[in-house]
Design a protein around this ligand. Sequence first.
Ligand code: NAP
Length: 290
Amino acid sequence: MRTRPLGPGAPAVSAIGLGAMPLSISGRPPESQAVSVIQAALDAGMTLVDTADVYCLDDRDIGHNERLIAKALASWAGERDSIVVATKGGMTRPGGRWEEDGRPQHLKAACERSLKALSVERIDLYQFHAPDRAVPFTDSVGAIAELQHEGKVRWVGLSNVTVGEIRTAQAIVDVVTVQNRLSPFHREALETGVVKYCSDNGLAFLAYSPVGGGRLNKKLPDHPALPPIAAAHAASPHAVVLAWVLAQGPTVIPIPGARTVEHAVDSAGAADLVLSEEELAIISAAEFWS
Ligand SMILES: NC(=O)c1ccc[n+]([C@@H]2O[C@H](COP(=O)([O-])OP(=O)(O)OC[C@H]3O[C@@H](n4cnc5c(N)ncnc54)[C@H](OP(=O)(O)O)[C@@H]3O)[C@@H](O)[C@H]2O)c1
């Protein structure tokens, strides 16, 4: 499988990683199936798994996705050290809602919980999940920098940020990755320059919801632009979209979710799918209504 650098000082990882969120939120599959999905993604060559403490049902279930990944890795036949697990802190799930909490004391406690849930002494990649408008951004990033100085976190990433926020964070800590939304339905990361800033500065851009998310991805097979391209490559419409996302910048790494082995393996295969300039232009010019 093609690889891409995870960022300055970090190793190369598979050009497409697994987004593990759908394995732990509402509609999640049975645990045995979820473990099979993670292991199938790794067997297919993915070496990056994205998670978060809040990928769960609600605050009573925090760490569900991290514990699941730890369990899948513990019984996986491959080499654990070849896999980068990226988690996040900075949100909560009261009553199942998604709320930001960027207070330094929350981030410190969340990191301790994630270390336990992942069964590791140091988190590979710790991402600040989303700026909290009630807390100065520099205070939140400062807390994550302290976690790195304490040896609890190897590399630092940001999520749901602007170019201005990336620059602000870089004055405080070495940033290796930025995780924002990017799909043909949602192109704001291209329009606001975040993808370009990442490629210009060697930061990996982890494209979340790359096939549109849990609802919109179901529209892809019916989109008129995709079936001819999919047929030409003997690929699925989802794989074609992942190849388009990959082509949006040299440091873009899509992290599609999956609840079935079939979908995870199909997405892994998209890492080696290269579309022609003409095919890319057709998808770029097409309307994808949400
Ligand atoms: N940083 C953030 O704020 C943030 C926000 C959202 C997501 N994320 C991360 O990004 C990851 C991906 O985002 P997402 O899960 O929202 O959306 P997504 O990856 O765009 O779509 C998820 C759904 O699309 C279907 N799918 C994916 N690849 C497929 C394929 N090759 N063939 C057929 N169906 C396919 C899967 O359906 P099935 O479930 O039926 O297999 C999957 O659940 C998450 O898992 C999470 O790690 C981060």
